[in-house]
Design a protein around this ligand. Structure first.
Ligand SMILES: Cc1cc2nc3c(=O)[nH]c(=O)nc-3n(C[C@H](O)[C@H](O)[C@H](O)COP(=O)(O)OP(=O)(O)OC[C@H]3O[C@@H](n4cnc5c(N)ncnc54)[C@H](O)[C@@H]3O)c2cc1C
Length: 469
């Protein structure tokens, strides 16, 4: 009965979700950011996956966090993130290498190579950089530990205006790095995916203005993905829809890939990040500052913009805002609905997380950054001048329309904030993967796609064995 209803929607809307042979897609991907489009590209290279559809609610790819104005355009390598453990840094490095390999082969125009460093500004930070250098150097042969004279030769503005005492503690972990326009990269993933699929006689389609509002399953375990443009039938699903991935993970009853907790035990803490920018050249590349290991958001950093060497982007700030997508006020309702599923647990977890004095001090500082006029002054003193001491009030402009929302995961069971990416997976009876992707999700897109496609292939093989094909 259910199937008939779905077919009715399909035919009423012109059967847009149907494949040409009427069969279900091997894979349907929800979300056309850089993470979902990377999965689309990798799927096109797979022997197992013969058909795929990408569903994106906006008119084009990368309109939310992967947009060029939304993020810091950094390809993270793991060596300049001073709060990463060695295993975490090495995993990031492996994912970074996949990304750079793609960029060099197919991503022409979407990136620039430039100098990248993390600096110390006091004795404790200098000691930390020395220690990390020792730990990281065997794994990052191109990494250097440099002093202020060498920094001055690469980034003169980082040294200018510092007194002798400050210079004594100024060190940097330095190497070449990459700035990436993740929106262009997402476009290239779809273009290259389509090209590969066509060359191999596969059926791959990207559908825009196609919003998923529900997912059900029919008797033979095929997903029925309900959208405003009809129903798409899918054998497997990858959902990379930012914070909405968790919403679907809850509905589909899947579990956290690492700790096995049901998605029900999680909620989203939306942390908005804004940027200031300059209209004059200050830097040649990227300059990060040492990160507090208890705070999961990057310490303020300064980055030359991908397309404009005269623009330096400084930030991001971090402030909790009740939105799922920045500048899209309607998403406040979605946040309320999802947060309010277990309001008591959400409230207690939030209280515990924000009650940590280090995090509350950090949040207070970030709230101050958002005050009119005074906020810019605080940001200049505590953020921008830490990297570029000679920067003046008038050099800085608040980036209206810039920035995004990091969908940080709150564990309602342990009442803790979890760092990094969250993956929720089903099994061969419920073959779905849901990716929740705060920073550095964009840098991980290729590595993540490789892992997701391996899992999708195993789901499809098991389904084939079960159906005797
Ligand atoms: C301030 C800030 C700075 C950052 N800086 C960096 C950085 O320098 N380097 C880095 O690696 N990462 C950075 N990140 C993180 C990075 O931006 C994200 O990890 C990455 O963009 C996530 O990509 P995504 O494809 O998962 O999500 P998104 O780009 O948000 O895409 C999700 C897509 O899903 C679509 N969607 C949602 N719901 C539906 C639905 N129901 N139906 C259909 N489509 C749907 C949305 O429209 C959207 O296009 C930063 C993030 C922020 C906020």
């Amino acid at each position: 009965m259910k199937n008939a209803a779905f077919t009715l929607i399909n035919s009423a809307k012109g059967a847009i979700g149907m494949r040409s042979d009427g069969d279900a897609y091997d894979l349907v991907i929800i979300g056309g950011g850089v993470v979902g489009t990377a999965v689309y590209f990798r799927a096109a290279l797979s022997f197992e996956i013969r058909s795929a559809a990408l569903l994106e609610k906006h008119h084009a790819v990368a309109q939310v966090n992967s947009n060029v104005l939304a993020n810091a355009e950094t390809a993270h390598r793991g060596d300049k993130e001073t709060n990463f453990s060695l295993p975490k840094a090495l995993r990031m490095h492996a994912f970074y290498k996949y990304l750079v390999a793609y960029l060099k082969e197919r991503g022409h125009g979407a990136y620039v190579e430039l100098p990248a460093m993390v600096i110390s500004t006091n004795v404790e930070e200098a000691n930390l950089l020395r220690m990390r250098f020792k730990m990281l150097k065997p794994h990052y042969p191109d990494l250097e530990l440099i002093g202020w004279q060498e920094i001055a030769a690469i980034e003169p503005k980082v040294v200018e205006g510092r007194n002798e005492d400050e210079k004594k503690h100024l060190y940097a972990l330095y190497s070449k790095g990459h700035a990436v326009d993740y929106a262009q990269l997402a476009e290239s993933f779809v273009r290259e995916g389509d090209k590969e699929a066509k060359a191999n006689g596969k059926e791959f389609h990207a559908f825009f203005r196609t919003k998923v509002f529900g997912i059900e399953r029919d008797a033979d375990n095929t997903y029925l993905v309900k959208t405003n443009r009809g129903v798409f039938r899918a054998k497997t699903l990858v959902i990379s829809a930012g914070p909405y991935s968790l919403m679907f993970a809850k509905r589909l009853g899947v579990r956290h890939a690492e700790n096995g907790l049901p998605a029900e035990e999680y909620a989203i803490l939306p942390v908005a990040g804004s940027f200031h920018y300059t209209t004059e050249k200050f830097l040649n590349g990227k300059v990060y500052t040492v990160q507090d290991e208890n705070i999961p958001f990057a310490a303020p950093h300064a980055d030359r913009a991908v397309y404009n060497e005269n623009e330096t982007r400084i930030g991001p700030t971090a402030i909790v805002l009740p939105f799922f997508e920045r500048h899209h006020f309607s998403t406040i309702v979605d946040f309320m609905k999802m947060g309010m599923l277990r309001p008591w647990d959400y409230f207690l977890t939030l209280l515990r997380v924000l009650g940590d004095p280090r995090l509350s001090r950090f949040e207070l500082k970030n709230i101050l950054y958002n005050f009119p006029i005074l906020g810019k002054w605080f940001f200049l003193k505590w953020g921008a001048q830490k990297v570029i001491p000679t920067m003046r009030f008038r050099d800085l402009h608040f980036g209206r329309g810039m920035g995004g929302i990091r969908p940080q995961l709150l564990n309602l069971k342990t009442r803790k904030l979890e760092m990094g990416l969250g993956k929720f997976v089903g099994d061969s009876d419920n073959p779905v993967i849901c990716n929740v992707t705060p920073s550095p999700g964009a840098s991980s897109c290729m590595g993540n796609a490789i892992e997701d496609i391996e899992l999708v292939e195993s789901f499809l093989k098991e389904r084939g064995v079960r159906n005797g094909s």
